[in-house]
Write a protein that binds this ligand. Structure first.
Ligand code: MN
Length: 488
């Protein structure tokens, strides 16, 4: 994982005299240090800015420094915002305006005009907010006391979304072969995506992977199989299949790391020279934070890697998912999600089992080994990025995952069961109206608010389907957005 940090830029002006400015700087430094203790990334105090040049300089440096994943601004005192225009207009990093103040309470006895001059965030932050609104800057506004846990949680969530932006801009996707034939939703404009999101999406021949597999040693396979045996329960006698998956994983990982790729795709229609579609191999790579998309779906693959990076510890509980089939019994309406093999074990409720089964789809000569498990219960989201022609739309739906209500003993793949909000059938209607794909990233870790923040920072359309969404409201929203995004 790369070292990342955020910069704390505090606004003021010379009007108050050196004593006030020293107090502001000392407090800002103290706040940044205290917040760094509780936030997932350090918040580094940079400057109490008093001039146009100080702001332009810190922004220039923030743009240039790779480790800076975003800036957090705050105005302890009043900071005239014309001073901020040149700097903010050239800002290329995520931007959060923390509207807070140093003191929690108004001190009844102490409060006098000196106190008022020093503690002016209530109007300083409004002047600061105006200029970002006027400049139409994408930003996150978080208001509240800086020592409150709620504020910490929201700042932490935003930081993780901003890290998702940095990961997106560095994203390289390795496609083994092309997309599944004739499928529409997995297509997209790679030039547009690279311009907008930064992704480098390129193809490698399956034959190159087969060649790489030929170079994998038995000792390397032994070591990885030992790792599998620690992490998972082995529920098959077919050790050859497990060893074959290990060989696939090692070869894919070498190619991915050599090219600096954090995500990959493949398709069952192109297994040229391979005995089995990678199942366990892809699942174990996902567990390590790599993104994956089936059937050549490079958009969902990159999104999987990004959501993982936005999650807890930089590799959260997010994975590639596909809506398979519904349970439509009244009062028990659920989606059953799975894939033919490749469900990430970060979604598992218990210890996954390694099993081998026949896979009828594709040209598998041998039965592929795969991890089988039940998904966790809990609140989550499903995410789909689609190409609308001329723009990208990110669709996020809130879901409530449950322990699968049926054991399904003959289903040979990992499975997750959930109810889409507002309810299964309305949720399905909304998803279909918005054009959401059958492939998604399912996450127990990243929230809809974080995805909204990410979409705003990436400057793409965002559609949220939640408890209050109705097909009627959604259709109106999409109509308006269609016009807006055509004008943009
Ligand atoms: Mn699929």
């Amino acid at each position: 994982m790369k070292k990342r940090e955020f910069w704390f830029v505090v606004g003021s002006q010379f009007l108050y005299g050196p004593e006030v400015l020293e107090t502001v700087a000392a407090r800002a430094e103290k706040m940044a240090a205290a917040l760094s203790e509780v936030l997932p990334y350090p918040l580094v105090y940079k400057v109490t800015a008093k001039t146009n040049k100080e702001i332009a300089d810190v922004v220039k440096e923030a743009n240039y420094r790779d480790e800076c994943a975003g800036i957090v601004t705050w105005c302890h005192t009043f900071s005239p915002s014309k001073m901020w225009i040149n700097g903010l207009a050239s800002l290329q990093k995520p931007y959060c305006h923390l509207a807070t103040q140093y003191n929690k309470e108004i001190p009844n006895d102490e409060i006098d005009m000196d106190f008022m001059n020093l503690n002016q965030a209530a109007h300083g932050d409004r002047e600061h907010g105006f200029i970002a609104a006027r400049l139409r800057l994408p930003r996150k506004v978080i208001a509240g006391y800086w020592q409150d846990e709620k504020v910490h949680k929201r700042l932490a969530d935003w930081m993780k979304a901003a890290v998702g932006v940095a990961v997106s801009k560095e994203m390289k996707v390795m496609r083994f072969g092309d997309n599944m034939r004739e499928v529409a939703v997995t297509e997209g404009d790679k030039v547009e995506v690279q311009t907008k999101l930064g992704w480098q999406v390129n193809t490698w021949a399956v034959g190159d992977l087969v060649k790489e597999m030929g170079k994998v040693s038995e000792a390397e396979i032994d070591a990885l199989v030992a790792e599998y045996e620690t992490a998972y329960d082995v529920a098959t006698d077919n050790t050859a299949a497990i060893r074959y998956q290990a060989k696939e994983e090692i070869a894919m990982k070498k190619m991915l790391d050599r090219e600096g790729c954090r995500a990959f795709t493949n398709t069952f229609q192109d297994l040229y020279g391979m005995e089995q579609l990678p199942g366990l191999a892809s699942q174990h790579l996902m567990a390590q934070g790599y993104g994956y998309g089936g059937e050549g779906d490079w958009k969902v693959s990159a999104m999987t890697a990004i959501l993982k990076a936005m999650g807890e510890g930089g590799n959260g509980a997010s994975g590639f998912m596909e809506d398979y089939t519904y349970h439509l019994v009244e009062g028990q309406e659920y989606s059953l999600g799975a894939h033919m093999l490749e469900v990430c074990p970060s979604l598992a409720a218990g210890k996954p089992r390694i099993e081998t089964h026949h896979l009828g789809i594709g040209m598998n000569e041998k039965d592929p080994a795969r991890l089988v498990f039940e998904g966790k219960a809990g609140k989550g989201i499903v995410v789909s990025l689609i190409d609308m022609g001329g723009r990208l739309r990110l669709i996020v739906q809130d879901i409530e995952a449950v322990k699968p209500i049926l054991p399904m003993p003959n289903l040979p793949v990992a499975r997750v069961m959930w109810r889409a909000l507002p309810d299964l059938t309305t949720g399905v209607e909304c998803w279909i109206i918005a054009g959401g794909a059958h492939h998604t990233v399912l996450s127990y870790d990243v929230t809809a608010e974080q995805m909204r923040d990410w979409a705003r920072m990436m400057d793409i359309e965002f559609v949220h389907i939640g408890a209050d969404t109705t097909p009627e409201k959604l259709e109106e929203e999409l109509l308006v957005k269609d016009l807006v995004w055509k004008l943009k």
